[in-house]
Design a protein around this ligand. Structure first.
Ligand code: ASP
Length: 428
């Protein structure tokens, strides 16, 4: 008996580790491999692509099924309206704060000073942001199957909500379909757990590729802007989010930070908040204790409209570019930057590099040279890793607060001690 246990200890080192530790090891080994192998590390990228494809596979069915179940389990449409309103207000308000932090830090640390860039043709061709009305109208899918096939999350949310409400109103007659969705949602949660087991290997491949492609020396001239974005992101999560969690939610912020670890690692390495949805939905339910109803609605909505990290990055980059080109901005420019980024973040997909495209809109709105994009594009992936992580942490923060305020947060799950049985390993 004792012999068997010893054997298990020896052979089970890797399998005995909790998932977040494995992800962390994958990340560190990936960076080491990238630094050693240089551009050749690109051969490891397929490992990452495999993982990314596997999580992408989950997004549409997971969001759709769990949202329908979420609505039918809530039974109360007035409550849903309240949850939607609270989420949207929190999402937009925190985004405005994020961009202000970015602007503040970039003013303080002037990352672009001394670069002395000269703009060529600054007549930035007006690439228009979609209007708010167009964005809102576009949320209604004219063809729900098309929306599912295209993976248009906002449209899927609208259709799933409507279907859920209709099923609830049908009562007993709709029971078989509700049961079907419940089973499908369960199966999707199980599949998420299975796919998350691939995370350490995927993260290894992605980190090796990033470190190998960018190298360490290429980062030096742009080190200041990278530092300012990373510091801003840390301040936003560690000070602002934890502050809201303690003050508004009256919850222990350390538990919130612990619960973030897995989705944050996935966000950091995949740079896609939509792609991180399966991991964040799992964390919201199993780490934060948010109900299925709240998490299946608030999280997909956040992955689509809430981009605090992206907004913060845009604030920093807009000022960085203005400083690099020696352009002075006035107070109204700052207000314009805050407004355009906050609005542009609605309806922008949580996919890699989306923030860079949005940055071009912000630059255009205040007449900054679009050439500036080229400077930051080179390091976009590195900035994307930080901003996507903040985007996801913000989604989980709002989900936790909304769940708490709606009495949909299981305090015993949120506050439970760190030691968990290994059967819970996939969430640890
Ligand atoms: N990659 C980010 C996200 O998925 C969006 C961005 O590029 O800023 O949240």
């Amino acid at each position: 008996m004792q012999q068997t246990m010893v054997n298990q200890d020896q052979t089970g080192f890797w399998s005995g580790l909790s998932l977040w530790k494995k992800i962390l090891i994958g990340m560190v080994l990936g960076i080491a491999a990238g630094v050693i192998m240089g551009p050749n590390a690109a051969i490891l990228k397929p490992l990452g692509t495999l993982f990314i494809n596997a999580i992408k596979m989950l997004i549409v069915p997971l969001v759709f099924c769990s949202l329908v179940v979420g609505v039918t389990s809530m039974q109360d449409t007035r409550k849903m309206g309240r949850i939607a309103l609270k989420s949207v207000v929190l999402y937009l308000a925190t985004t405005a704060v994020a961009i202000s932090i970015g602007l503040g830090l970039a003013t303080l640390f002037t990352p672009g000073e001394g670069l002395n860039m000269v703009a060529g043709d600054t007549a930035a061709a007006g690439k228009e942001a979609p209007t708010l009305i167009a964005t809102l109208l576009n949320m209604i899918p004219t063809n729900p199957v098309g929306a599912l096939a295209a993976g248009n999350i906002l449209q899927i949310i609208v259709f799933a909500l409507s279907l859920g409400i209709a099923l609830t109103l049908c009562g007993d007659k709709a029971k078989p379909v509700m049961g079907l969705f419940e089973s499908l949602a369960e199966a999707m949660y199980k599949l998420t757990e299975m796919v998350m087991k691939l995370a350490p290997y995927g993260v290894f491949g992605l980190m090796a590729w990033v470190a190998g492609t960018y190298g360490l020396e290429i980062l030096l001239p742009l080190g200041k802007v990278i530092t300012v974005v990373y510091v801003g992101c840390l301040v936003h999560v560690l000070v602002f989010y934890t502050g809201l969690i303690s003050v508004l939610g009256r919850l222990n912020p350390v538990r919130y930070l612990k619960g973030l670890v897995n989705p944050a690692a996935v966000a950091f390495t995949t740079t896609s908040s939509s792609g991180t949805l399966p991991a964040s939905m799992k964390a919201a339910r199993q780490e934060m204790g948010a109900s299925e109803g709240v998490s299946s609605f608030v999280l997909p909505l956040g992955a689509t409209i809430n981009m605090d990290g992206t907004a913060l990055y845009q604030g920093v980059c807009a000022l960085f570019i203005a400083q690099a080109f020696g352009i002075d901005l006035v107070f109204s420019d700052y207000i314009l930057i805050i407004m355009t980024s906050t609005l542009a973040s609605i309806g922008t997909a949580g996919v890699p590099g989306a923030g860079l495209i949005m940055l071009s809109l912000v630059l255009t709105s205040v007449g900054l040279p679009i050439e500036g994009l080229a400077i930051v594009a080179g390091i976009d992936r590195i900035l994307d890793m930080a901003r996507t992580t903040v985007n996801v942490c913000g989604d989980l923060m709002v989900t936790t607060l909304v769940a708490k305020s709606e009495k949909e947060l299981d305090d015993s799950v949120y506050n439970r001690s760190e030691t968990k049985p290994e059967s819970d390993l996939a969430t640890a």
